[in-house]
Design a binder for this molecule. Structure first.
Ligand code: HEC
Ligand code: HEC
Length: 214
């Protein structure tokens, strides 16, 4: 019995060639398993390829692998510490995931082709205002340009600054509200300082603009 198990493990190791040097846990989490998790567990809300069509659920496709892995870890409470990022939905989703699963899920979504938000924004003035804030910030109330950390095309700067281009406006706005209320602080309060002086209109505007970046 033990011998058969060893042989199966060897086969798994051989298939997962780049991970061969890693631990048994890595060998068990063969790529097929991650695809199974993504299509079996996550797809209902984020779609199988991570291109969520539900505006309150983030698009994950094309996001940086490190950022996705970090968020999954932050959603998970440990025995000694509460979750760094609060989300009742996501904390139950990550409860059964191992660190290796999280790493591989990050890699899985990072290599999917992103389809930007298809939700139409009617208010062009809102989008224009958002564009100004994105590239120039607001000197009057000390809001820095989003482009300085998230890049001129919103594709982010790995590994710390996530891609935000084409994300659903509803999700982005929800995150901005969580950051400013201090309810999301898993980035050492960087984003809270960025948007603390932004008013509601500016938050809606920049979220709308971000959803239109292609
Ligand atoms: C029932 C719906 C649902 C399911 C199923 C679900 N998610 Fe989520 N996910 C959400 C919601 C809602 C959020 C936004 C949470 C928030 O507001 O902070 C989210 C956020 C995330 C984020 C953060 C993205 C970002 O841009 O910061 C990641 C990563 C993620 N989910 C991955 C997964 C993975 C991997 C699975 C499967 C194991 C999964 N989700 C299953 C609803 C879901
Ligand atoms: C000083 C650098 C910096 C600036 C400037 C900045 N951000 Fe961020 N932002 C970050 C970091 C760091 C994170 C990642 C947080 C984490 O690791 O969880 C982030 C995360 C985000 C997220 C969450 C993404 C997701 O998928 O959940 C949104 C939305 C966002 N920023 C929007 C903005 C907007 C809008 C602006 C301009 C008003 C802006 N940021 C300016 C550093 C910055």
């Amino acid at each position: 019995m033990k011998m058969i198990k060893n042989m199966v493990m060897l086969a798994a190791l051989a298939m997962a060639a780049p991970l061969a040097a890693e631990t048994t846990a890595a060998a068990n989490a063969a790529p097929a398993t991650v695809t199974e998790i993504a299509s079996g567990v996550c797809a209902g809300c984020h779609s199988a390829d991570g291109n969520s069509v539900i505006p309150m659920n983030p698009i994950l496709a094309g996001q940086q692998a490190e950022y996705i892995t970090k968020q999954l870890m932050d959603f998970k409470a440990t025995e000694s510490a509460p979750a760094k990022r609060n989300s009742p939905v996501m904390s139950s989703m990550v409860a059964a995931l191992s660190p290796e699963d999280m790493k591989q899920l990050g890699a899985y979504y990072a290599k999917q082709k992103a389809t930007p938000s298809q939700v139409a924004v009617e208010d062009q003035k809102l989008v224009e205002t958002g564009k100004h804030i994105y590239y120039g910030g607001n000197i009057a109330n000390g809001v820095p340009a989003c482009a300085s950390c998230h890049g001129p095309k919103g594709s982010g700067i790995p590994p710390r600054y996530p891609a935000i281009a084409g994300q659903h406006a509803e999700y982005t706005l929800a995150q901005l509200q969580l950051f400013s209320a201090g309810d999301r602080a898993n980035d050492k309060d960087v984003m809270q300082q960025v948007i603390t002086r932004m008013n509601g209109y500016e938050k809606r505007a920049v979220s709308a603009y971000i959803s239109t970046i292609r």
